[in-house]
Design a protein around this ligand. Structure first.
Ligand SMILES: Nc1ncnc2c1ncn2[C@@H]1O[C@H](COP(=O)(O)OP(=O)(O)OP(=O)(O)O)[C@@H](O)[C@H]1O
Ligand SMILES: [Mg+2]
Length: 164
């Protein structure tokens, strides 16, 4: 059963779908495929937000508009389906770790289905991996949340599938 079918049959136990792989292997394409499947098989009305990781942090930075960043964090935390594209592409800081913790911790506690695509591998002892990006507390929650880990392989489809 695909992750999308899992989410349709039991939303609260679907957890997270994690798609990893090199650039151009089709992660974003697959993520949209899962969302399309949910849209086709789900209720008439449901909420989803698909956001690029770097844009997400941009929108969550405290701005001159009072409360806007907190409202945005609440929107991303509470939405029924959240897709974060290119997770791990932003520059990390204590602030990104904290905000990622608050977002993922909320979705973890409330069993909200989440789709994450990333160029970083879930785990790589010799190079950068998702744990390095999110920090140990978030990585631990993600490890439990992820019910489907799909490592995408192949060459960059944008280059016609030729080796980069
Ligand atoms: N299964 C598929 N069939 C046909 N075209 C595909 C498929 N998967 C991906 N593509 C096409 O290949 C290109 C790269 O796919 P996509 O953007 O999903 O890659 P990505 O893994 O998200 O890359 P990046 O890491 O750079 O974000 C896009 O033009 C997309 O439309
Ligand atoms: Mg992509």
């Amino acid at each position: 059963m695909s992750w999308a079918d899992h989410a349709l049959s039991d939303n609260a136990s679907a957890g997270a779908l994690l798609l990893t792989g090199l650039t151009g292997t089709g992660k974003t394409h697959e993520a949209y495929g899962a969302l399309r499947r949910i849209a086709a098989g789900g209720p008439d009305k449901f909420e989803l937000i698909s956001v690029n990781c770097a844009d997400m942090y941009g929108n969550l930075r405290p701005s001159q508009v009072m409360g806007a960043a907190e409202r945005e964090l609440r929107r991303l935390s509470e939405v029924q389906y959240l897709h974060i594209d290119d997770f791990g592409t932003a520059k990390t800081s204590e602030w990104t770790e904290e905000i990622t913790y608050r977002l993922i911790n909320y979705r973890y506690n409330h069993c909200l289905p989440t789709i994450i695509t990333s160029n970083l591998p879930a785990r790589d002892d010799e190079g950068p991996d998702l744990t390095d990006f999110v920090g140990a507390r978030v990585a631990s929650r993600l490890a439990e949340m992820v019910t489907a880990l799909v490592p995408m392989i192949g060459n960059d489809r944008r280059r016609g599938g030729r080796a980069a």
